[in-house]
Structures are given as structure tokens and as C-alpha cells.
Design a binder for this molecule. Sequence first.
Ligand SMILES: [Fe+2]
Length: 176
Amino acid sequence: MTSLTKQNFSAASEDAINIQINHELQAAQVYLSLSAWAGHVNQALPGLEKFFRESAVEERGHAQKLIEYQNRRGGKVVLQTLQAPDSEWTSARNAIESTLQLEKDVNKGLLNLQKIAEENNDPQLCDFIETGYLEEQNESIKKLADLVNQLNRVGGDGLGLYLWDQNLLNQKTDNK
Ligand SMILES: [Fe+2]
């Protein structure tokens, strides 16, 4: 598709951005489901519920930023169907560990997008991904890994889990 703003912007990059938008929206979908799970009476983990809810907002923000970027470059945003996320996790530890894998998958998508931008000699897209996404993605993975380790330290159940969750509840929000 032609557009007035398109310059040095390959079809491969355009497609890869759309794929990444989908990864980010899928991640938001999974976080929403996790948040609902954590807030269910059987779990009653308000800290984890809040943490996952904020993560969903964050992922949606990542998708929105890519949508705006795609439009700036003259590409066309094409959204795809999202998959139904899981709705059952066996424990807080299981839930948080599953997001660690999710974020690693999102990171793989970003690295792939970066590679396509490089192969197509698009320094502007490379810079956008590097400064806007890769570092932040790394921080999220570190944060999740910290949470897993902290939960393991307190035992993952009983009073330890309660305190861990309260700590999450009282943490300041830093939505990006
Ligand atoms: Fe993201």
C-alpha cells in the first residue's frame, strides 16, 4: 500500500510491527485473565490482582505506541484475532512463573522485529525498538524473576504469601 509518509520502510517491517502489536495485545489479554483469577474469592490476592491489572494496562500501552508508530511511518495497522487466555492457575507461584515465560516470548518478538529492521536498513525503527522497548522489556523480566524468587523465599503459601501479596499491593505504580 502506498502512502505519502512512507520512506525507507519495508513491507517486512510493516508486517513485523503488526505481529508485535498482536503480541502486546495478547499479553494484555493474558494479564487481564490473571488479574481476574487473582481477584477470585478462592485466591483473594489483592496485590497480585492489582499487579496483573496494571501489567495489562502497560501491555495495551505498548500496543498503542506501536500503532502510532506504524501510522507515523505510513504503514497500515492490521489487527489479528486474540487467543483465549488460560483462566486457571494452580498457585500464585504458578501464575507469576507463567508470566515470566510470556514476557520472554514478547521479548523474542521484539528481537525479531529488531532483526528485520536491521536487515532492511531501517535505523529509525531499530532506534524506536531499542529505546522504547528492549530495555523496558528487560526490566519487566527482572521484576518478575525477583517476584518469583521473593515468593520462593517466603514459601508461597500461608503468612508468607499474605505478606508478599500485601507488599505488592502497597508498591507504587509505575505504568509506562
Ligand atoms: Fe510489552
